[in-house]
Design a protein around this ligand. Structure first.
Ligand SMILES: [Zn+2]
Length: 508
């Protein structure tokens, strides 16, 4: 265990990362319609491979209505995914290891892999997931610590065999795929290690991954997909979302949430040929180089476990910190979901949980106007006060949900009065959460809002401060709340606290 000082500073660094990743699950609705399209671009379009490619740190406002819609659609998709129960029987196990010689197609390779896992773990075969590592590529470099084979996915025909340490360069010329400079007619290829028992892993762009690669020719570019077992995938996800030195029960809770989210997101990118992307749009996945020993033990301790409601994977939203109370799904402009309700979250101790954002009245007016609220000269802002006590005490207040998160803020101008949703304001000003108060003045000299009315005296020079708690949309599990609970509780207690009325289910 690291010293507390080291851990805390490391943890503080993680907070920012956690916020952006957790926020990928943000599903604010209509707010994003008023954000310019460039801010809504999905990183699945990114041309660089996963790690460090999201560029999200400059864009805290990417909560997208599209995501909300997709999320709703994927509920249906998730419910349509095939039955995950084990339908295979054991007769296949009697085949000898020579079967690898008779592998006819990539699909068979996958089947062989599943059978191998079955033998190894005496359990149901692990469900596979197709992770889009990159789209729009002009080339892809694949290598392995061992020999590997390349097959045409549609015919099963072997196209290439590379030896240990050799690289396969896949490029495109005139809408045709090229393997090490040689044109092939295949539009989709599968790359697997020559010996499915090999512990050596394939690498893409220098990063090692479990499972196999599928490369698809899409017009004049390439899409690189990693087909991998769910738990191998989760192992490369969990440490991107939570620090490896966090309490093990918090890591287990994160693992189950991430696995549930993956199941919920199955086929989300089906039109691009894969299930999930490897960025914050779905979940950040870094393959083997993102794994840690603690993360992997959390994965194996919760092997195949997900949360369900009505026997379907839930929308397992999570965020860095809630600021006292989590937000119900209805607070984000979504339909009320039975398992995303506002609950107490002991996390105001978290680094960065208390935050301030200063805005000049001039900038505020410009932002309101460009978002369709032409109110003239701003005179007053109405929002019921949020004091520290309210953060820890659930109560009904004007303009707020019982959780304290802002429902609407009233802006009174010389031309008209408008009410703006809290999540819309969050998006407009890049606020860390919707649990905030508005104060008159600057960061260093702001007066607390005691009356619920903020008078604007000199619109040309005045400032206001958004003074808030929490990082992220506030729905579902608070990671810092989980950190705290993990001192005394188990991961299922944590999940049962943040997701109400759910059940646990073993997929494999
Ligand atoms: Zn995605």
């Amino acid at each position: 265990m690291m010293t507390k000082r080291v851990r805390l500073s490391w943890v503080a660094m993680m907070v920012a990362a956690i916020f952006f990743i957790a926020d990928a699950f943000s599903v604010t609705a209509s707010a994003a319609q008023k954000v310019e399209p460039s801010k809504l671009e999905m990183t699945a379009e990114s041309t660089s491979p996963v790690k460090g490619s999201t560029g999200k740190s400059s864009n805290p406002m990417r909560d997208a209505s599209d995501e909300a819609k997709e999320a709703a659609e994927t509920v249906a998709d998730a419910s349509k995914t095939e039955d995950v129960s084990d339908k295979s029987d054991d007769k296949e196990d009697n085949k000898s290891s020579e079967e690898k010689e008779t592998v006819k197609s990539g699909r068979d390779v996958i089947a062989a892999e599943q059978k191998r896992k079955k033998r190894d773990f005496s359990a149901k075969p692990e469900k596979m997931i197709r992770v889009g590592l990159a789209t729009g590529q002009s080339m892809a470099a694949i290598s392995a610590g061992d020999g590997f084979v390349v097959r045409d996915e549609s015919t099963g025909k072997g196209l290439e065999q590379r030896g240990k340490g050799e690289t396969l360069m896949v490029t495109v010329r005139d809408h045709q795929m090229m393997l090490n400079g040689k044109a092939v007619s295949a539009r989709k290829i599968r790359i697997a290690t020559a010996d499915d028992r090999s512990s050596m892993r394939l690498t893409y762009a220098g990063n090692p991954y479990h499972g196999e690669f599928v490369i698809v020719l899409d017009g004049n570019t390439l899409t690189v997909i990693n087909e991998v077992g769910i738990d191998d995938y989760i192992g490369g996800v969990v440490d991107e979302e939570m620090g490896a030195d966090w309490p093990i029960e918090a890591l287990k809770a994160q693992t189950v949430a991430a696995r549930t989210f993956a199941m919920y997101s199955m086929k989300r990118h089906d039109d691009e040929g894969f299930d999930v992307c490897a960025t914050t749009h779905c979940q950040v996945y870094g393959g083997i180089s993102s794994e840690s020993r603690n993360g992997l033990s959390a994965v194996s301790a919760t092997r195949g476990e997900i949360m369900v409601y009505d026997d379907k994977p839930i929308y397992a939203a999570f965020h860095a910190s809630a600021g006292g109370w989590t937000a119900g799904s209805d607070e984000m402009g979504l339909d009320a979901v039975p398992y995303l309700k506002s609950v107490r979250s002991d996390d105001t101790f978290a680094p960065g949980c208390h935050w301030q954002e200063e805005v000049s009245v001039n900038d505020l007016s410009i932002a309101l106007r460009s978002n369709g609220y032409a109110i003239g000269k701003l005179k007053k802002i109405e929002l019921s006060p949020l004091d520290d006590e309210k953060v820890s005490k659930k109560s009904e207040m004007a303009g707020r949900y019982p959780s304290g998160h802002v429902k609407t803020v009233k802006f009174i101008g010389s031309n008209k009065t408008v009410e703006v949703d809290g999540y819309e304001l969050r998006s407009m000003f890049g606020l860390n959460s919707t649990c905030f108060d508005i104060r008159y003045g600057t960061k260093s000299s702001s007066k607390p809002n005691t009356k619920g009315v903020i008078e604007i005296k000199h619109p040309a020079t005045d400032h206001i401060v958004f003074d808030g708690y929490g990082m992220g949309h506030g729905m579902g599990m608070s990671q810092w709340g989980a950190y705290k609970m993990a001192q005394t509780k188990g991961y299922r207690d944590i999940l049962n606290h943040y997701y109400t009325n759910i059940s646990f289910k073993k997929l494999f």
